[in-house]
Structures are given as C-alpha cells and as structure tokens.
Design a protein around this ligand. Structure first.
Ligand code: SF4
Length: 217
C-alpha cells in the first residue's frame, strides 16, 4: 500500500498526545515549539542515538539505528531510535544478507526517568505495531532506555497497551481532522511542559494560542 505522509500522523506525536492533547496540537497542528531543559536534554540523547544507516552485530543481536517505520493500520510514520534483531531460528523472520532468523525489538531512548504514565509505552507500542506490519510477525516486548538513571525497562506488548495506543491515535485523528486545539487544563505536569509559556494554561477558555497571540499583538 502506498503511504502518503500528508495523510499519516507522526508517530512521535503519540507521546505528546498521551501526555497532553493540547501539547500535541500545539506542536503538530499549530506548530508551536518551546525548548526547555527537558526537551533539550532529550534531543542531545537522540543525537547520540540517531545515526542513520548504522548497523552492527553483537553476537546474536543485530542493532539498527534510526529506522524509518510506518503502519497502515494506525496510519502513522516515523523513525525508531533503535531496532534490535534477536536471533531466534525457530520463531524469527529472515533478514536480507543475514543467516538465521531474527525477532525485531524496538528500543526507544528517553532522556528522563521512567514514569507511571503510559506516554512512553504507547509510543513504543506504536513502533512495535509498525515493525509487526513490516515483518509480518507478532512481537511480545520492546525496551525503553531511560537516561536518568541510565537503565532499560522491558515493556510487554499486552492487549491493554495495544488498545490504548490505537485509541489515542484515533483521538489524534479526530482532532487533526477537526483542526480544533483542545483547551488547556492546568495540572502539576504543566510545570514540566516545554510549552507552558505559549500554552498559557491559565487562559484555558481560549481555543488556540494563535488567537491569544493575535489579541496580544
Ligand atoms: S502547559 Fe499544561 S495544558 Fe498546556 S500544553 Fe503543557 S501540559 Fe498541556
């Protein structure tokens, strides 16, 4: 099936939408962006990971970085930080120019620490769904590498997580189609939000930042 980027949403937006639908709309619909120490740190970490065409073998694991991925089912596209291929000659799939069979495993890099909220896990799950479509295999797990403290977390790709991911993408499409920016709801997490200055959560009755800025200017 041919993919038309115009009609597919960016996979990276899922984590924003899960954190706050308004943040997602400001970044992806209104194209506002503010950098704070958290986003800057995240970019630095990704710079280390994003090395296109990089691929190496570590025994029974092949590591590929900055892998372009997409899903026709979810209608999303993006770049996976890293995909590991674990050798499994019974359950795996064949890879070009490689002996044996391999199971892909997405590995997402995050600057911060592990969270109770599912924003990172739904993004990883969407990546896994992309890989499942591409390679025609059902995946059981993915990993998230957190920078603070540095450690890996295993994420099981259970049905609940898959359903949550699909529902979030569906809601993103609803907002995307309508062009409506969700109103702000102030909460503690707003203090960590890179867009607090342009979002102005205390002015939540305003529909868009553009309207607010128009009035201020
Ligand atoms: S400041 Fe709060 S309401 Fe506004 S985009 Fe950020 S998290 Fe969402």
């Amino acid at each position: 099936m041919k993919m038309d980027n115009e009609n597919y949403l960016q996979l990276a937006g899922i984590q924003h939408f899960a954190f706050c639908p308004r943040q997602w709309a400001l970044i992806h619909t209104e194209v506002q962006w503010q950098e704070n120490v958290l986003t800057y740190g995240g970019q630095k970490l990704h710079t280390k990971v994003d090395d296109p065409a990089f691929s190496e073998s570590r025994g029974d694991i092949i590591v590929s970085r900055s892998v372009p991925i997409h899903s026709h089912e979810l209608r999303v596209y993006g770049i996976a930080d890293m995909v590991e291929f674990i050798r499994d000659d019974i359950n795996g799939i064949k890879l070009a120019r490689r002996r044996g069979r391999w199971i892909p495993r997405p590995v997402e890099y995050k600057h911060g620490q592990s969270k109770l909220a599912s924003c990172d896990r739904v993004q990883l799950c969407a990546q896994a769904i992309c890989l499942e479509e591409t390679f025609g295999i059902a995946l059981q797990e993915g990993h998230i590498f957190y920078g603070r403290p540095r450690r890996r977390e295993e994420v099981r790709l259970i049905d609940d997580l898959r359903q949550e991911t699909a529902l979030l993408v569906k809601e993103m499409y609803n907002y995307h189609t309508s062009g409506v920016t969700p109103p702000a709801k102030y909460r503690k997490a707003c203090e960590r939000c890179s867009l607090i200055e342009v979002c102005v959560p205390s002015l939540s009755q305003r529909q868009t930042v553009s309207q607010y800025l128009d009035k201020m200017l």
